[in-house]
Structure formats: C-alpha cells, structure tokens
Design a protein around this ligand. Structure first.
Ligand SMILES: [Zn+2]
Length: 297
C-alpha cells in the first residue's frame, strides 16, 4: 500500500525525472530488466486498501498495446537466467510480465490480451485457493456491484492453470497460504515451499522453478528464507522490492515495478522506462522507520 501512495505522490514530478533519464540514455545504455507486477485484471475490485489490486481490462489492454507498438522485448524468467549465466548483454527495453496470487481473471481477461501480442508472463499461484468457488478472503464483500461479473475476485481453476502452462506461460509458487515467511519458523517455511511446489507439479505435470515471496517487501522475508527457497530447488525468486534488475542482481530477490489502474498509459510509459525505479528507496525508508518506532515502544 505504501508503494501505491508513493507512486501517487510521484506522479507530478515523474515528467521531470523522465526528462533527465532520457538525457542519461543518450550517453549510457540502459542494460536493465524491469519486471512488471500485476494482480487482478478486473473492473469490479474497488474500495479502501484495494486500489493496488486491480487494473481494468481496458487499461491493461492499452498498456500491452503500447508495449507491442513500441517493440518492447517481453521475455520470461528462463531467458533472464540464461543471460545472467552466460553474462550476455540485455537488449534495450526488456521486460518481464508477472501476475500474483492466481486470480481467475488472469485467465479470462489477461490471457487473451497477452495472446493477441504473443507475450509470455509469469503467474504466481497461492495453491490453497485453486478451484475454490468463493472470492479470495481479502476481496470478499468488496466487489462493486455495478461493474463486477461472476469471475471477479475468484481464484483460478485447475484446468485454467493447465491451459496457461500448456500455452508456454510460467507458473510459479506463491506458497500455500500467503503468509509472510519471516514470521514463520523454519519448519513451516520449508513446508510452505515444498507443499505448494508439489501441488503445482502434480496439477501441471511439469517442474516448478520459480517462487514469489508473499507480500515480498522489506521485513516480509530474510536471508534464511532466501536460502530455504534456494535449497528447496527453486532457481530464482521474485520480491515486491521496487527497482530494476541487472546481470549482477540477486536471483533470490528479483525486484519488480508495481502497475496500478491509475497509471493508465501515460504513467505506465514512465514506469517501463525506469522513472519509478527509485520507489524501492522509499519502501526501504518506510520499513526502517517502522522498525525504529516499534523498537522505541
Ligand atoms: Zn501475493
């Protein structure tokens, strides 16, 4: 949520940062990979503390249209790992698209739009909700009646997951229950990592190579958790710490840029060009401040 409000505050000054970055790119190539983070693609999920959750299908469609028109290079995590392993230069305008939690609208709304442009994406799934016939608990009772349809706020079904995987999309684990790993003991973290992976592998009949930390910002996971993810057989992990990634980035806390409905296309352009990479610094400051005030109490 803090990230959402910071992005809101940054909007008026983002054209100035954009201007300076354009000048910088004239002299230095931007060899970074930005990973965009979406959750639900729907119009009916509205309300207090839910502003960061949904991007409407219309806005999402125009954002993908923008990426296609400007020839952005949309790759998957396997490609990024190959580049890192081979120390291969990253082509300019490289992006990875990710969707967290496993909303059914990722299949009904986002998937057809992604297919239209032949874009691949990463879908991170909370396994305990697969096939449930009620909305995610944090969405329940907060759907707008006017705009909503039956699938809004609902989790993905097994057959939809299978269809996403068969079409070349990457399916990642996002644990079984979506709790902050840093608040659990080691045994419980290991269980969340292995059980979610086992269930996805059983459904898909394919190896699960990637993990996405629940909440995923400072304080939500630590070095112990990163080691457990690695020893649990995952090849890389996504966080929600904001920023870009380079060939030297830590593979077990890849950074992402959140996309919100309010971004539309005009602010989205700036996000994909790096104007909001700085958001990570503010997230970190917010975390340190919270830690300091807790210690004082
Ligand atoms: Zn999540």
């Amino acid at each position: 949520m803090l990230t959402y409000y910071f992005c809101l505050l940054m909007r008026p000054i983002s054209p100035i940062i954009d201007y300076f970055l354009r000048i910088k790119r004239l002299f230095w190539a931007d060899n970074s990979v930005r990973i965009l983070n979406y959750h639900s693609i729907s119009s009916g999920i509205k309300g207090k503390r839910l502003q960061h959750v949904a991007v409407s299908p219309e806005v999402f469609s125009s954002q993908m249209e923008f990426l296609a028109r400007h020839r952005f290079n949309i790759v998957d995590l396997d490609t990024l790992l190959d580049w890192i392993r081979n120390r291969q230069p990253v082509p300019p305008r490289t992006l990875i698209l990710t969707f967290d939690d496993g909303y059914e609208d990722n299949f009904t709304k986002a998937f057809p739009i992604l297919n239209r442009h032949s874009f691949r994406a990463v879908f991170s799934i909370i396994t305990d909700y697969i096939d449930k016939d009620s909305p995610f608990p944090w969405i329940s009772g907060r759907l707008s009646e006017k705009k909503g349809d039956d699938s809004e706020g609902m989790p993905l079904k097994r057959w939809q997951l299978l269809a996403l995987s068969h079409s070349g999309m990457t399916i990642a684990s996002h644990t079984c229950h979506h709790n902050s790993l840093s608040r659990m003991d080691q045994e419980k973290v290991t269980e969340e990592l292995s059980e979610s992976r086992k269930e996805l592998e059983e459904i898909l009949g394919a190896k699960i190579r990637y993990f996405t930390f629940p909440y995923g910002s400072w304080g939500d996971f630590n070095d112990r958790d990163k080691k457990l993810v690695q020893s649990g057989g995952y090849k890389a992990a996504l966080s929600t710490k904001a920023g870009h990634n380079t060939l030297g980035s830590d593979l077990y806390e890849l950074r992402r840029i959140p996309v919100f409905d309010m971004d539309g296309v005009s602010n989205f352009k700036r996000k994909v060009m790096g104007v909001y990479d700085v958001t990570g610094v503010v997230q970190r400051l917010g975390f340190e401040l919270r830690r300091l005030t807790k210690r004082r109490k």
